[in-house]
Design a protein around this ligand. Sequence first.
Ligand code: AMP
Length: 437
Amino acid sequence: MSIVKAVRGVRDLLPPETDLWNRIESTARNVFERYCFGEIRTPIFEETQLFARGVGEETDIVSKEMYTFTPAGDEGGGQSLTLRPENTAGVVRAYIEHRLANSGQLQKLYYIGPQFRRERPQRGRYRQFFQIGAEVIGPPGSGSESPVRDAEVLEMLASLLSELGIRGWTLLLNSVGSSSERPAYVARLREALTPVAGQLCANCQRRAVTNPLRVLDCKTPQDQPIIDGLPRIWDSLDPSSKAHFNAVRAALEACGVPYEHDHRLVRGLDYYTRTTFEFVQRNAAAGEGELGAQNALLGGGRYDGLSEAIGGPRAPGIGFAIGEDRLVLALAAQSRAEVRLADAYIAPLGEALNAPSLALARELRASGLRVELGDGSFRLKKSMETANKLARAVVILGEDELASAMLTVKSFATGEQTKVSRNLRELTAVLAGNLQS
Ligand code: AMP
């Protein structure tokens, strides 16, 4: 009989990798706690129309990526249900359903859980993937529209990424204006696309007709010069949207969070208004940029009209979703790139020094140091080269050192060479001191 395997695009997570998942989740909970967010858990499936109305019929997610089913014989018969492809629409539905607006206060909610999209699987892109996300939403007058909310969310994300130890991220920031400003821009874009669409990739030719904003997302290299020449959304924004965006920028600058204004960042979901953002990792050095084409660690933005789009009261808000799978890939690559050096490498000078060197290694290891042991058949030059690759310091043990009980210790961090008595306490103090330098 053939073996039953996991379905294409979904995966098992096994130890020890799950340790990393748990560490990421507990760091995120800890950070959210400090910013006064509370956890929300919404169902894995919802009525299909929630996503159709919330995320938008024309988006890639709704038009081709959803797992939709109609349970047979269900009460109410024939109701179309969908595995959630994202969680913002579900959170806003719950906000409306439980009348969270009644408190008049901002609601700050976070979630951690699986999402489902029928995308073409590849590294960093799965059909069941996990998002860690948060939403700040509230009725008019609660301050939910304020640009300081946007900046606070972005500053929180910068802190979270740094606490997780993610390196080399870039915050891309843009404003897509309000839903009343967008039609004028889309019309300008359509007009500008008409004469050039034929030179773009097949995807863009389709998007130019169905959803011209998505052309701005295209990554096909040959299309880039043409797309860079298209009108910018910034020039279609009204003064109040420009002022909102400038206030977000000023607040980020005040707290020292670096960003790039990316005029092409429109994101793929219809509900975004004004601020949109992504944190990407694109440096190839030291394991950064591990994600290749799927280099967006997280994305989000403001959605001032979403509540109304799904039948609720006006409730401006801002939120984000972090791709947890991608955080795990980025962190795993970084730790592979960081070779963990031993605290000391013991270099015996001659075969006769192997045994006393092993005895010394045994003592140092017993006192908690990480020690590599060399080989007396190596010449000094080879010992030093090997030690430099594997350890922070080398301890040289030759005939002279054995006779005088004074060892030669060289720190690779400072280049300093000293004589240290062959006394466990002194030696560990020197080697441990070297770790701090
Ligand atoms: P989105 O909900 O499309 O704004 O995506 C937010 C983040 O979720 C992205 O920046 C990715 O890190 C992650 N993400 C989205 N789709 C997938 C997927 N199919 N597999 C893994 N991560 C994903």
